[in-house]
Design a binder for this molecule. Structure first.
Ligand code: BDP
Length: 716
């Protein structure tokens, strides 16, 4: 070999080696946001060599082992467990413990409640203290300490960190069926593995509990809202008990979705009329049976008289009659009822108005342990919707915001769409219901109304896939739900950065570039799927891909895209203004006036509230048709840019995750183009206008797109 070639080989080998060092070993995503890494050389926070956990309980022993193993990795040294604190110790304990009281002023504890905590570094002693009123508070403090140690250690030595959660109940809703499938799940089968229970617990359930506790999630509804009555059979309750026992040390309480007809189906009663004594007795006995097995059981989630599910209206009773009966039965055990407001009926003129119309008149009629669970938007978890007008309108009822973490309408687990921006936009929206700055977060977390208990729910995106959520970046949606449920004041951008650091790499360029991608990603999906307030354009039943033309003989009209986009020769959009369905009336002023007038209505909601001519002049001077073309086009460009950005990230991430995410971006770009072409070509048949010449031309033909048939099996 001549010396030039030798040098070339050497350079190639050298590059491969450095690449290997930088990228580290392959990661399969199973570690979630607990990536193993050493603290960087420039780390200047406390040096920790020992752990003192002052008390004993299952939760305290978790805290001890978590600190020993995590700090051992971070400091790359053995961390000892001691009984007396010393310089270099981290001390964790509850206020009732004398030695913690000596280290931290006990008065501080009055404010932090049952789940809050204080993290304080004592420079004169060189000790870090994590203190709380309860062992659960200490657990949350421990996880927060570990996260701050990795992402922002200066914070630990500057001022004490004092945290309390905004919502009392921060709950995941699993739409897991008892046969192991997951409704709208795109990450494999259910992690509960019901068939193995009660004998065998899936070890992943412990990791799941740890992950949830690390972001402050404290409850989980185990089964689908389209609930099988079988969940309440003795055989299943034994399984539920085993899961509940496993989750308990992590502060996770178990809840169940129940089928309103259970007394009839399981108990053999003639019906399930909530006002009948024998029906109530049946529930009484069932609830007693549950609490004997699971003393801290959280309560029920109920989807009633919605999409074919049974409910009190089957017997001429109201939602309040049904919810209150269950609430009375649960009350002695401090259980709650989360009753969903997701109701709509094909006979109404506008689906977006119906939940409000049914529930608003019931305000003041619910027991104090009934919480009404309301989806963020008035229709159904679309890429963008205005908020549901119920928020703020029910002053005497506690409302639970329901967010969807699984991406039923945002590209399943194939597209990168960071939902932090969606959740933030929603929680920060001012409802104006009680004057200015009555945001949805403040309306629902007890700031504005005096709710006895508050809650927030997220429909989980978790399954048996090795990387838990189907797409590596979809883990961030689970993470951000937890973080915002704890503190809705946090910014989505900061959370994205924090998650990237904990999950992938501390490299500044990587975090900068990828947090930008994450922050733009949901808007990109809105642009290439449903810009300018369009909604519900997706495929029938599976909800994947564009089908704005969809027609199914005999189908419910409100399940078809045409009901929503109303494209015709004149224009496009749903007239919900005062000249149309008047859904705007359900909002407080000044929103009502704003939404009602196309000149004042924000572009992002324009076609949600208005049916406008194709040549309508937008605020930027473009014609509506052109603007639509620009938006679809922008979405495709954004997806392409994400893919290109990721291409430059290979040196910062391991090969396996790099490759897997690359493949997802290939799909995302391809499907963004599919969405653009399908929607523009179809709407063009009405507008009869040209796509602006400066934009990319469609690559598909409408007739061919209409003929596509899907095999959805690979998506589950
Ligand atoms: C829709 C889903 C459906 C759910 C329903 C619900 O398509 O699978 O059962 O919401 O929330 O988004 O009850």
């Amino acid at each position: 070999m001549n010396s030039f070639r030798k040098r070339k080989v050497f350079i190639v080998l050298f590059l491969l080696f450095t690449n290997y060092l930088l990228a580290g070993n392959n990661e399969d995503g199973s570690k979630l946001w607990f990536a193993n890494f050493l603290l960087p050389a420039e780390y200047e926070g406390p040096q920790i060599s020992s752990v003192v956990v002052s008390e004993e309980s299952p939760t305290f022993s978790l805290i001890r082992s978590e600190l020993i193993s995590s700090l051992g990795i971070l400091f790359d040294q053995e961390i000892t467990s001691m009984t007396e604190p010393d310089a270099g110790s981290i001390c964790v304990g509850a206020i009732k413990n004398d030695f913690i009281a000596e280290l931290i002023n006990p008065e501080a504890f009055q404010e932090i409640g049952n789940e809050g905590y204080i993290i304080k570094y004592l420079p004169e002693k060189d000790m870090t203290v994590v203190a709380a009123n309860t062992d659960l508070g200490c657990l949350y403090g421990t996880y927060h300490f570990l996260s701050v140690l990795r992402t922002n250690p200066q914070e630990l030595t500057s001022t004490p960190i004092i945290e309390t959660p905004a919502y009392d109940r921060r709950i995941l809703n699993h739409w897991d069926n008892l046969d192991g499938t997951v409704e709208r799940g795109y990450a494999g089968h259910s992690i509960w593995k019901w068939d193995d229970l009660p004998e065998k617990l899936n070890p992943r359930i412990i990791e799941y509990a740890r992950a949830n506790a690390s972001v402050g999630i404290n409850g989980t509804v185990l089964n689908n809202v389209n609930a099988s009555p079988d969940i309440l059979k003795e055989e299943f309750l034994q399984k539920v008990k085993v899961v509940a026992d496993a989750l308990r040390p992590y502060g996770m309480r178990v809840y169940l979705s129940v089928n309103f007809s259970s007394p009839k189906i399981l108990g053999g009663l003639p019906d399930s009329d909530p006002l009948k004594t024998e029906v109530k007795n049946w529930w009484d006995n069932k609830v007693q049976e549950i609490y004997e097995l699971i003393p801290d059981f959280g309560g029920f989630l109920v989807k009633a008289n919605s999409e074919g599910q049974p409910g009190p209206q089957d017997y001429g009773r109201t939602h309040a009659d049904g919810a209150n009966m269950l609430a009375d039965v649960l009350k002695p055990y401090k259980g709650i009822v989360m009753w969903r407001a997701f109701v709509y009926n094909p006979s109404g003129d506008d689906r977006a108005k119906q939940a409000y119309n049914e529930f608003k008149p019931l305000d003041g009629k619910f027991r104090s342990n009934v919480l009404i669970q309301v989806k963020n938007g008035p229709v159904d978890f679309q890429p963008r919707e205005p908020f549901s007008p119920l928020f703020g309108a029910m002053e005497q009822t506690t409302l639970v915001p329901e967010l969807q973490i699984t991406k039923e309408y945002l590209g399943f687990s194939d597209h990168l769409a960071f939902l932090g921006t969606l959740f933030e936009e929603f929680l920060d929206t001012d409802t104006y219901q009680k004057g200015r700055n009555t945001t949805i977060a403040r309306i629902t977390n007890g700031d504005i109304f005096n709710d006895p208990v508050t809650a927030i729910a997220g429909v989980a995106n978790i399954g048996q896939d090795t990387n838990w959520c189907g797409h590596h970046f979809a883990q961030a949606n689970w993470y951000v739900f937890g973080r915002l449920a704890w503190d809705p004041g946090l910014s989505a951008r900061d959370i994205a950065k924090e998650w990237l650091e904990l999950t992938f790499s501390q490299n500044k360029r990587f975090i900068h570039e990828m947090s930008r991608v994450m922050m733009e990603s949901r808007e990109a999906v809105v642009n290439y799927m449903t810009p300018l307030g369009l909604h519900h354009l997706m495929g029938w039943s599976h909800h994947y891909g564009p089908e704005p033309w969809c027609e199914i003989p005999g189908a419910r009209p409100d399940w078809l895209p045409k009901y929503y986009h109303k494209a015709d020769d004149f224009g496009i959009g749903f007239n919900r203004s005062s000249t149309g369905s008047n859904a705007v009336e359900q909002y407080a002023e000044p929103l009502q006036i704003m939404f009602d007038d196309p000149q004042l209505c924000p572009d992002k909601y324009l076609l949600w509230f208005h049916h406008l001519p194709w040549d309508y002049t937008m605020s930027n001077g473009r014609e509506l048709w052109d603007e639509l073309c620009y938006k679809y086009s922008e979405g495709v460009d954004q997806a392409k840019l994400f893919k290109a950005t990721w291409k430059n990230m290979s040196k910062y991430v391991d090969q396996q995750r790099y490759d897997e995410v690359s493949k997802k971006f290939d799909i995302q770009v391809k499907e963004a183009i599919w969405w653009r072409d399908a929607c523009l070509l179809y709407f063009q048949t009405f507008s009869e206008k040209e796509i602006p010449v400066e934009l990319d031309k469609p690559v598909h033909q409408l007739e061919k797109l209409k003929q596509l048939k899907f095999d959805m099996t690979h998506h589950n």
